[in-house]
Design a protein around this ligand. Structure first.
Ligand code: ZN
Length: 412
């Protein structure tokens, strides 16, 4: 099977799944789970459970998986071999088309980065799913120029980008002016970038007249930031919920974030003291590097309102932070969405900020150019929402690294 026909097959399967009832989706998940068992039987960490129902498998924390990738692949590769492959890819060595590819993902603050392995069939599956989830069918009939403004050239796209679709990778490490010039020269029709860079590009006045579809990923984006990007670029960004553990969800055309319930079995583990959950992720399509009951760290809340788009995948509220960054205290838990709402209700999206919570106090850091009265008001709103005194500092530097963290819990 050629890569193009694999992509088309995955696209078609996904388009079909987007119209199925919750019951049909569940049947599809069960079939995919059965088909996955031979790969699990070749995976050292899971071989003892292969053939059993999902519930019987252990729940694994990501740190444990990252400790030994050799135990978590079905290809007989050792931890050392996989790390060497990913290092080579990061150093710019291209995996041959048709070969296994490996790479490193962005780690969020405080966590180590994750290693990702994908076979050609898995890369095709990912691209087919993404195209079906993110773009209307008619968009595939046009020539598209897709700009990926991400940390590393995503291994998943390494053999796409022929025919009608051109991919251009613009590294996140590039300076803003350089990025802006590269984007204007490429004139993408589709752009994928992290929110903090989209905001910076929008503020710098980047001109992208050919842009038809705008996506953001790899870190949370708030409601205020969305409005600001939409106002400046003339196009609202849609969120892609992607982690090293897989492609977990995406916003539909109605702007609602659906979990990828057609290819993932995501269990929701309640987070004590909050209305939210953390995801326990099983990717039913990944055989090279199985993801089975992996406990993620994002803080999720369900959105019970039905979605008019017709996809039965569960809808969650925008992801705004990690479970590890929930603030604890005598007055109970304060969640990342509550903290973002309190601060940005006053500051809006135009000013950089970071809130660091401790048991009995918190610090709100804002950019030096943030107007003092507004910063004071934001600190007061945060103090009220988080029920603790807030110290204000006007010394927050530019975001460095590839991930920003607006909400941080420092009392661990
Ligand atoms: Zn929808």
């Amino acid at each position: 099977m050629t890569q193009a026909s694999r992509i088309l097959a995955a696209w078609w399967r996904t388009r079909t799944a987007l119209r199925q009832s919750p019951e049909r989706l569940a049947e599809g998940r069960l079939r995919a789970w059965t088909a996955l068992q031979p790969a699990l039987a070749r995976t050292p960490a899971l071989v003892a459970f292969a053939g059993q129902p999902l519930d019987n498998f252990p729940i694994t924390d990501i740190a444990d998986l990252r400790h030994d990738y050799g135990a978590w692949n079905s290809l007989g590769l050792s931890d050392r071999e996989l790390r060497a492959m990913a290092d080579a890819a990061e150093a710019g060595e291209q995996a041959a088309p048709g070969a296994l590819s490996a790479g490193w993902s962005t780690g969020s603050g405080g966590t180590t980065r994750g290693l990702f392995v994908a076979s050609p069939a898995e890369r095709a599956e990912y691209i087919g799913q993404s195209l079906a989830r993110l773009l209307p069918a008619r968009a595939l009939l046009r020539r598209q120029r897709i700009a990926l403004h991400l940390r590393a050239g995503n291994v998943l796209y390494s053999d796409a980008g022929r025919g009608r679709i051109a991919f251009r990778h613009i590294p996140l490490a590039s300076q803003l002016a350089e990025t802006s010039a590269a984007l204007e020269a490429f004139a993408p029709t589709i752009l994928i970038a992290p929110p903090h860079r989209l905001l910076a590009l929008a503020e710098a006045g980047v001109r992208l007249p050919a842009l038809r579809h705008l996506f953001c990923g790899s870190e949370p984006i708030s409601a205020a930031e969305r409005s600001l990007v939409a106002a400046r670029l003339g196009l609202g960004p849609r969120a892609i919920y992607q982690a090293t553990e897989g492609f977990l969800g995406a916003e539909c055309r109605a702007g609602r974030l659906h979990l990828n319930d057609h290819v993932l079995a995501i269990e929701l583990e309640p987070v004590a003291g909050t209305p939210g959950f953390r995801p326990i992720i099983t990717d039913l399509k990944r055989a090279s590097q199985p993801v089975v009951r992996l406990r993620g760290d994002d803080y999720l809340e369900l959105d019970p309102r039905p979605c008019p788009c017709g996809f039965a995948g569960r809808v969650i509220r925008p992801v705004e932070g990690r479970v590890a960054d929930i603030w604890r205290g005598s007055a109970g838990c304060v969640t990342p969405p509550q903290i973002v709402a309190a601060v940005e209700g006053v500051l809006g999206a135009g000013h950089r900020w970071q809130a660091v919570g401790e048991l009995a106090r918190a610090v709100l850091r804002v950019a030096p150019d943030c107007p003092p009265a507004q910063a004071e008001a934001a600190a007061q709103a945060l103090a009220a929402a988080a029920a603790r005194p807030v110290e204000l500092r006007r010394d927050l530097p530019e975001w460095s690294g590839s991930k920003r963290r607006k909400v941080v819990w420092a009392d661990g």
